[in-house]
Design a protein around this ligand. Structure first.
Ligand code: SF4
Length: 384
């Protein structure tokens, strides 16, 4: 007989999209149900588990309890210390420090959004996720956004009726890691969804009236599939017209299988200049949609790729075009400056102070125009 897992307090998983940094994180599952993408190292050593629904509901109640305690203390002008707040218990037993920290973060960020964790939460039974969403709505009726990651493969298996029920229960944004629209690239990285599935899932989310955020990964096909990655990904997105396209340039995490392939010479990872060329081609190919593009990940070279199509397309492409026109020395200065946080935007290349900082970094790292990409790969590993 299977022994029921005891409740061991409020839980949070390790990741959330950058845009959910201010959200209350509610963990309904642990890790990722697929866990095979070769570029991803996030959950490689841990098993996927569903959390019992009543545990998730207890987490939500604990968060609500501490939110109420914090708000009551703020209202009365009574500045309770963390220890005093901790001593207040949601269930008459021991306090829950994780729930308290989550509630603090949530209150201090205005209590606008909730993110349902981990990597593929919609894989749980529809009636269970709907029960959790309804409980969230009852606990936090004023929250504007309830969001989750979901795999395309999972979404196409949810009936339209259940997706509509999820939307009615409050789920109003889904983040999909599309990564690429190329079947060759998707197969190469073992994404577990082909282009047709990515398109069907995206269209289905939109049809349910849920906001859709698609993550794409420039560079994922390496040099051999760079052009294909740009053209096929843009084509898939043109057929979906998601609300958001979020860029997350390929970075090589130490523990990712793709990094091992790269070390063994089986993956031809591109440097900054070729990746910029792919990004430009990708943007050129986006047509007939009005998605907002966000460059909200630290792995992206160009912060300026941020705007709404079609109006902002030229402005988003301009810094990449300018970068590609530079001589190799200038490309190195900007790339190193940006990757070491000496520069934030392309225009910083013209700022003498930031330029000097970047040149200093080039000298400290001992890089040349032939070697700076190697240094950048190692710097970027720290961001993943
Ligand atoms: S589906 Fe997402 S979390 Fe799961 S292995 Fe792939 S990239 Fe990682």
């Amino acid at each position: 007989m299977k022994i029921a897992e005891p409740y061991s307090g409020f839980e949070q998983g390790p990741i959330r999209p950058p845009s959910e940094s201010e959200s209350l994180l509610v963990r309904v599952s642990r890790n990722c149900s697929w866990n095979r993408c070769t570029f991803c190292s996030m959950y490689k050593d841990v098993r996927f588990q569903l959390r019992p629904v009543d545990h998730v509901l207890k987490d939500i109640d604990a968060a609500r309890f501490y939110v109420d305690s914090i708000l009551a203390a703020q209202k009365s002008g009574n500045r309770l210390t963390q220890n005093e707040l901790y001593a207040l218990s949601p269930n008459g037993e021991e306090g829950d420090i994780q729930a308290l920290h989550a509630a603090y973060n949530f209150v201090s960020n205005g209590m606008e959004s909730i993110f349902v964790q981990d990597g593929n939460s919609l894989v749980i039974k529809p009636n269970e996720i709907i029960r959790i969403l309804r409980h969230l709505k009852d606990a936090f009726p004023d929250v504007e956004r309830v969001t989750s990651y979901a795999r395309s493969h999972t979404i196409v298996r949810i009936s339209d009726e259940n997706l509509n029920l999820m939307a009615n229960a409050g789920l109003n944004r889904i983040h999909i890691g599309m990564e690429s629209g190329s079947d060759k690239v998707l197969t190469m990285v073992d994404k577990g969804s082909d282009k047709a599935t990515q398109i069907a899932a995206g269209q289905k989310v939109k049809k349910a009236g849920i906001e859709l955020s698609e993550y794409v990964m420039p560079g994922l096909g390496g040099a051999a599939l760079s052009r294909e990655n740009a053209i096929e990904t843009a084509d898939a997105l043109n057929q979906i017209n998601p609300d958001f396209i979020r860029m997350r340039t390929l970075g090589m995490s130490v523990a990712a299988p793709l990094t091992q392939q790269f070390i063994e010479g089986d993956f031809d990872k591109m440097g900054e200049v070729d990746t910029a060329r792919e990004l430009l081609l990708f943007l050129e190919q986006l047509n007939g949609i009005n998605s907002t593009i966000k460059s909200d990940h630290v792995l992206n070279l160009f912060q300026e790729v941020d705007g709404t199509l079609p109006g902002d397309k030229q402005a988003m492409m301009k810094p990449i075009q300018d970068f590609l026109q530079l001589d190799p020395q200038e490309q190195m200065i900007f790339s190193i400056g940006r990757r070491t946080h000496r520069m934030a935007r392309y225009s910083d290349l013209d700022n003498p102070v930031q330029r000097d900082y970047a040149l200093q970094m080039c000298s400290e790292l001992g890089v040349t125009t032939d070697t700076f990409d190697v240094a950048i790969d190692s710097i970027m590993q720290r961001f993943i």
